[in-house]
Design a binder for this molecule. Sequence first.
Ligand SMILES: C[S@@+](CC[C@H](N)C(=O)[O-])C[C@H]1O[C@@H](n2cnc3c(N)ncnc32)[C@H](O)[C@@H]1O
Length: 376
Amino acid sequence: MLPTHEELVARLEQAGVLARHWRTAFERVERHRFLPDRISGPDGVTADRSRDPGHWLGLAYADIPIVTQVDDGAENGPGYPTSSASQPTIVADMLRRLDVFPGRRVLEIGTGTGYNAALLSQLLGDAAVTSVEIDADLAETARTRLREAGFGTFVVTGDGTLGCPSRAPFDRVICTAAVQRVPYPWIEQTRSGGRILTPWGNAFHNGVLADLTVGPDATARGRFGGDAAFMWVRAQRVPRRVVEAFVRPEEQAFESTRTELHPYEPIGDFDASFAIGLRMPTVLNRVEFSEDDGQRYTVYLVDPETASWASWRIEPEHRETGHEVRQHGPRELFTELEAAYHWWRERGRPVHARFGLTVSAERQSVWLDDETGLVP
Ligand SMILES: C[S@@+](CC[C@H](N)C(=O)[O-])C[C@H]1O[C@@H](n2cnc3c(N)ncnc32)[C@H](O)[C@@H]1O
């Protein structure tokens, strides 16, 4: 193993995310084999493999996600990330949670670089792994890199939300992109007792992991667990640049009120924000800082479906007199947020892992503690 690779494996072990039965796979599969020749770190500094191999390898084995495609591969776009090699800690943690052992068959959605597919192939054997990637170029590159690394993983170019009926049934489904609605084909294609692990969220909050077990009634149930922000599967993306598109206080009528509520908890607390998102899943929240001191900012709430918006202006000197809130449109989004926040507090501030999900052919429902506690 390269020294940087060894350090990464040690780091995953220290973080408690590397299950014992996954260790050999993480030692044998070399992440750098799945990365492009030019990659960037979180600071945006690009490393070129041929010019600065040391820097490039350092990034390849750092515990960071590496963006490998923007704007679905289109040139001159705004630069939105659309594929990446996920952060190794998350990769190891998801594989640990997947609870999969040799002899089981797995469907992965979102091949991306092929790194996660290689790990699965290393543990389970090529024949047990099917990986689906919607982007034809990425799928082809992943196939090549897998082959060069010695794997014959079955990579399908297609929409993974449809599963892969010709290779079903599976014992496990693992999605490495986020969904708002768990696609029912995954449940149909999973054996009774099998598991589905997927990043899950909504426009308000991205997101958590949903860990579901498929029952004999062809319904999947399970709880949420883990902080996992992923890029969305293509057909379930949330709108972008909503503040620019919808908020125009100079020309739109709005109601102005004041509030003592500070965004610290409803927006800043992971569990509060997750719970509020369950009550208002189509509403996006954006925080825009007006000065570098980090103390003056506006929280925007936007519902693209009804073109409603609210702005919540935070200035330290208004702590006593209340922060200004403006609301426009048929939905009073700040009022809804306050109600959802109080609902969460009245239930004893439940952590996200107390919530769960049931997915049947007809619907997806979210509950608190058990299926009788449906979230309205
Ligand atoms: C975070 S990346 C996956 C990381 C990958 N597992 C790895 O090890 O590099 C998410 C991937 O999901 C793909 N994707 C998005 N929507 C999809 C869909 N409906 N079906 C299959 N793949 C999809 C994207 O093109 C992207 O490559």
